[in-house]
Design a binder for this molecule. Sequence first.
Ligand code: C2O
Ligand code: CU
Length: 427
Amino acid sequence: MLTRRDFLGSIAAVGVGGVMRPASAGSVAHRLRPEALSVTIGETTQTMLGFNGSWPGPELRVGQGDDVSVQVDNRLDEGTLVHWHGLRLPNRMDGVNVLTQEVIPPGRTFDYRFAAKDAGTFWYHSHYIAFDQVSRGLFGPLIVEEAAPPDVDLDLTVQLFDLLVDNAGQYQEDFPADQFTGAGRMGNVVRALMPARSVQQGARLRLRLINPSIDRVYRVQIGGVDGHIVALDGMPLLAPRAVGEIVLAPGQRCDVIGDVTGDVVLFDGGNRIGQVSVNGARARRNIPLPTLRPNTMPRPSSQPIQATLTLQGGAGGGGHGGFGTWALNDVSGLPRSPLVDVRRGTSVRLRIENATGFDHVMHLHGHHFWELDPTTDAVGDYRDGTFIRAGDTRDILCVLDNPGNWMLHCHMLSHQADGMGTWLRVR
Ligand code: C2O
Ligand code: CU
């Protein structure tokens, strides 16, 4: 019999793919080959999905301002496409079937080209039957490096991922109906996937936390690092923040910079999910922790147009229109007409009311938005995903300055699959 501990060890050994760096500054060409892979989890070898022989996909690194091209060469026996989560890029490069492109059929390629405007921590993933393809491994980090990166000894990407396996350790391929109607499909093996094994005591560390899990919300605590939060969803904070418990919903990211004071241990809700052990030591820097330079942000109008989005449905939830479990403004699944249809540059204040009995994380493509403080209305964090607890309301403010058809959906991918998505049109 396989114990949970065996799983943890061996999933780590499955490895996180290598890092693909730019050959030269200015323009970067990468290739991504989605394919089926044999992955050994515990004592069972099974077929999962990955890119370029790596499960999950390799970390792509580009420089801010680079012209990036990525050829996706579909070696699966099913369709796929790739979405660049969090990037403000041209609409036809967004990787969303129905709205921006056709699914890439097996054996065919698609060339994605975009400029990497914003520096920060992003990720890429399949946006086709995403709950299934992402769950099987079709995702990876996408790091856009600053022209002058902060001075750290180790820049470490940490992907928080969970897998649902049966008693024999076999990945559960089927998705029973009840995984779509509540909090989602929760894995029973939960891991912080990271490519480093050791770090020096006293070293300065940048941690880039990414949550590519399909439904799980993490409550992260970090032991052994004396530092601060410098960015959320790729975007630098105007003032860094203390690291306490970090709530990271699916799709969200958080960057932390700090000095190593002991074994670096990641916890989710008190459970240890990953560790980088101390090996050797160096003197701690006696200069303050760096912060990051903000990316360019648009200026919102003081008279935004107003819109409301009501999240509905779920087990035991109220009725709504449409056939799926979940709905937005009484429609389940992508509506015929967009939630808003505006001219480029329009500011929109969107009130999101969570009328369900479950938590959700609403993600907007092609833009970031400000979360507004519920009492003071002050402009808060600039993000691409906002986590809204059951029964809560959140107002966001967005300058819709990127033309095209953009998806807005719950990034709990089981919810998205069962109707929780809409779209915006920017002309
Ligand atoms: Cu991470 Cu619609 O995507
Ligand atoms: Cu949801």
